[in-house]
Write a protein that binds this ligand. Structure first.
Ligand SMILES: [Ca+2]
Length: 271
């Protein structure tokens, strides 16, 4: 005697041949409400137009970088290929802001509904104790060149073509409207970051952000990582996608599955 779950899975797959590929994981992730709806639809012979399946994916950034506050004596600095990004102020009171983006549109089918989002980053160096680090949605596109800062990477390196800098979205010809990055005033998520270790940001606003990127991929420029800019020596150093401990975005979503064609009886041959 099959288990109830197996029974319903078999019945679903009989009703919808496209579900032959339905994985056990996806099946188990389907909500009971979805299952009930699908089972009812199968039982009364309706074509189910919006059968949803729940999924969880983890994706690394497609790009990440640091905006180093412009210092006329040093020129425009960046760290496109570096192992770290920074948020907060260094010991000289110079501001650093991280930027990172994820190819959400390439990983999640159009029409999906985002149900949960969390960003995990490894913080690998800081002179400060617990301080709030915020994520803000970026409002304009930006780049990642080949600059790679020396030593601890806190001072950056001369920007290379298409690097994001404090002044540039793409060095050296495309500028931010506002120096230090064009980003939403809305806090997407905030987290207290203390000593070195792994930290996670998660919120309803992050769900809304990712949903907006799925619905309109052309508006996806990622998040700016905003540290404490109220005092000197507040900087937090996080590891980048180029490092051995990259940022990771976990997204839970319900995908809209295409309905299978409705079967019609074969007409009897005419005499
Ligand atoms: Ca990078």
């Amino acid at each position: 005697m099959p288990t109830t779950g197996t029974y319903f899975r078999e019945k679903l797959q009989e009703a919808y041949p496209s579900l032959k590929t339905l994985s056990t994981t996806n099946y188990n992730l389907m909500t009971s409400k979805t299952l009930l709806t699908a089972a009812l639809a199968a039982a009364i012979g309706l074509t189910c137009t919006a059968l949803a399946s729940a999924n969880i994916i983890n994706i690394m950034p497609s790009k990440d970088n640091t905006l180093y506050e412009f210092d006329p004596k040093e020129g425009d600095h960046s760290n496109g290929a570096g192992f770290h990004l920074f948020a907060g102020e260094n010991a000289q009171g110079e501001v650093r802001r991280g930027v990172l983006a994820f190819d959400v549109g390439g990983a999640i089918p159009p029409g999906s509904t985002i149900t949960a989002v969390s960003l995990s980053m490894n913080m690998s160096m800081t002179p400060a104790g617990a301080l709030t680090v915020e994520l803000h949605k970026l409002l304009a596109d930006w780049g990642e060149g080949t600059s790679h800062a020396p030593m601890g990477e806190g001072d950056g390196a001369p920007a290379t073509p298409n690097d994001a800098t404090w002044r540039h979205r793409f060095f050296d010809s495309v500028f931010w409207t506002t120096q230090g990055g064009d980003f939403s005033a809305t806090v997407s998520a905030s987290q207290s970051v203390g000593s070195t270790g792994q930290y996670t940001w998660s919120s309803a606003q992050m769900v809304a952000d990712v949903q907006s990127w799925v619905d309109n991929p052309a508006s996806n420029f990622g998040w700016l990582v905003l540290g404490d800019e109220t005092a000197i020596g507040t900087a937090k150093r996080f590891d980048t996608r180029e490092s051995a401990s990259p940022p990771m975005l976990t997204i839970e979503f319900s995908a809209r599955m295409a309905p299978s064609p409705r079967l019609r009886p074969t007409p009897a041959p005419r005499p």
